[in-house]
Design a protein around this ligand. Sequence first.
Ligand SMILES: [Zn+2]
Length: 126
Amino acid sequence: MPAIRGPQSKSKARRHAAVRGLDLVHADLHSKKHLQQYQDTKAFEELPGGGLWYCVECAMYYESETNFGKHKKGKPHKRRVRQLKEEPYTQKEAEAAAGLTTDNGTRKVDQEMTTEVDEVEVDEVK
Ligand SMILES: [Zn+2]
């Protein structure tokens, strides 16, 4: 009997299902070879609908044209398409976001921010 609540429930399981990363899907959209390589890793007999109805953006297989059409009109698909319009982050951008940059400009900004915080604290004491 399928669980209604908990990690084994249908909705929870779907929520934690492995989703193909945006960067990989981005590569799929730009290179047919990349997509083919990914699809070759799956046996089509095991896929819903024999792997015929595949949404590249969402990396999801659908069991019929009706379901596929419905999905294409749906909110999750449109959200995904919007996300994919942005270029995936590069390693450099990720490092910059984590503050691992060697650029001295950012360090100056950090110092300015701390002085601002100090001033605010002094004002509060008065
Ligand atoms: Zn989709």
